[in-house]
Design a protein around this ligand. Structure first.
Ligand code: R5P
Length: 228
């Protein structure tokens, strides 16, 4: 089974958590895109009363395309579930997220969800966070260089993320820059998440420690469900 098929399989499985009258946090990325498509179809077919709270311009545009009614975070009383992808998942279900630069709104919404469900294929499972992927850190533009230097005390190298279809750096949905931080090793994800957050000028970082409730893992043999 190819990667896209694995993503579709986990995205379909996530529909089993969806019930009528729910408010759902809508994640960002290629795996979640399939979930949004299937969610839109289900809302239409079963005439469900569901609202989505987008975590990015990408999920907002896809929700509009697939007919998912949307609400802003300050228009809802609570978020029942949130569904999103991840870049790495460790055995304790700590995550690295933010390859798509949407980490800040993702964390704001997923932290507040009753149940946060993560969709990955098995290539995203690691023994230790940071094994394959850098940790994206969203920073206030004026502070990028100072923060990049300060991050070196953690035995890490920070690189300013450059845009692919624009000259210069990636600008996030919030108007900030992204530093991709490659650590030598991350021993304690929660501790590192907090350390990064306390640097002045850091808006948010892509370590999501102790937030995921359920991880659905797509494998050629089917979907594995991991729970915290
Ligand atoms: O900013 C982007 C997000 O954190 C994505 O959810 C994450 O990068 C996973 O994306 P994908 O499902 O495309 O691998």
């Amino acid at each position: 089974m190819d990667l896209e098929e694995l993503k579709k399989t986990v995205a379909r499985e996530a529909l089993s958590f969806v019930e009528d009258d729910m408010v759902i946090g809508l994640g960002t990325g290629s795996t979640t895109s399939y979930f949004l498509k299937f969610l839109g179809e289900r809302i239409r077919e079963e005439e469900l009363e569901i609202y989505g709270v987008p975590t990015s311009y990408q999920s907002r545009l896809l929700a509009l395309e697939y007919g998912i009614p949307i609400r802003a975070l300050d228009e809802v009383d609570a978020i029942d579930i949130a569904v999103d992808g991840a870049d790495e998942v460790d055995p304790q279900l700590n995550l690295i997220k933010g390859r798509g630069a949407a980490l800040t709104m993702e964390k704001i919404i997923e932290y507040r969800a009753g149940t946060f469900i993560v969709l990955v294929d098995e290539s995203k499972l690691v023994n230790r966070l940071g094994e394959k992927m850098p940790v994206p850190v969203e920073v206030i533009p004026a502070a990028w260089r100072a923060i990049a230097e300060e991050i070196e005390v953690f035995n890490a190298r920070a690189e300013l993320r450059m845009a692919a279809k624009k000259d210069g750096p990636v600008i996030t949905d919030n108007g900030n820059f992204i530093l991709d931080v490659k650590f030598e090793r991350i021993d304690d994800p929660l501790d590192m998440e907090i350390e990064l957050k306390t640097i002045p000028g850091v808006v948010e970082n892509g370590i999501f420690a102790d937030i995921a409730d359920i991880v659905l893992v797509g494998t050629p043999q089917g979907v594995r469900k991991l729970e915290r």
